[in-house]
Design a protein around this ligand. Sequence first.
Ligand code: UDP
Length: 381
Amino acid sequence: MKKILIVGAGFSGAVLARELAESGGYSCTVIDSRDHVAGNCHTERDVKTGVMEHKYGPHIFHTSREDVWEYIQKFGKFEPFTNRVKASVKRGVFSLPINLHTINQFFGKNMSPSEAKEFMKTVGDPSIEEPQNFEEQALKMLGKDLYESFFKGYTIKQWGCDPKELPASILKRLPVRFDYNDNYYNSKYQGIPRDGYTSAVSSMLDHDNISVKTSTNWEASMAKDFDHVVYTGPLDEFFDCSEGKLGYRTVFWSKEYHTGDFQGNAVINYPEVDCKHTRIHEHKHFAPWEEHDETIVFTEYSKETESGDIPYYPKRLEADKSILDAYMAKANALEGVSFLGRLATYRYMDMHQIIGEALDYSKQFIDCENKGSKPPAFPTF
Ligand code: UDP
């Protein structure tokens, strides 16, 4: 069996380890610097309340890929969950993503879907043909008033830069709907694992051909004991930041305990710029199948990543792109190392995309090895 070292026990590392292990041709060692598996999806019950806490921010699993949905369910029971987000602004509480309820409430109207569609054409900026950035995308699709109420301030707080500097793709994550569907996602499947994500990842890693070592830092000298290394940590750190640091936003939370129901919903966003936080999460509402008298509430803030902070959101501003190109060129020139996942490929990805890509990459990896060719340094994207 070939010996593979996988650096990082988040979803990308765990899926790859499982797939290689199951193929029978590989023995995988998975290391993680943290004292738990599951990366930023890590969940743990709060000791005081028993509420399942999403330690690094709430994760709602959603996908339209049949194979990904089937795959993840092999490792834990998923309960149905629909994310319905509200936005709280001075004028009141509105429904997100922008849907017919939001439009009617915001403009004080009583429009049908087709009337709202026509109306939105009059508020959007028709002079923008191909939006070049986040702001142009918003102005074209939503017009100035909706943009300024729900997106401008939130985006400045979340990303710490002018929305004109951000790609339009960030806004395209959110649908705009002309019906009363207030599901935050368009995906076909959506759910949350009953026993938490850490349990699902642990069962993924529970295989005779996988050994897991937590609280273990990656060191370059480890590579000599393995046939191949798959690195899922931050790309710049693999190269000791020799070409410069890639920009990330980090998020942090203040945690409070309350009795009863604090806000009546799992997520409420605070898009206005004069309020410092971006959103408030009440974790027990992510598990509506459970009952808890007490509640834990996380108020989320965003800031630039400094030394020691956890990198969450890859910024991919212009300055980052040339640094990224330099690291990718270095990575492509290496032998026996591949890069997988959100941090190692420096892309804003959700869990389902990570799992889908790790499944695809594992097939590609095994195929290349069987043919005696070099597996690609990065998944093809
Ligand atoms: N966004 C916003 N206002 C909101 C929610 C989202 O302006 O109330 C913008 C913001 O720039 C954010 C992006 O839309 O980064 C994508 O939102 P999503 O909810 O997908 O972000 P995530 O849950 O990954 O933080």
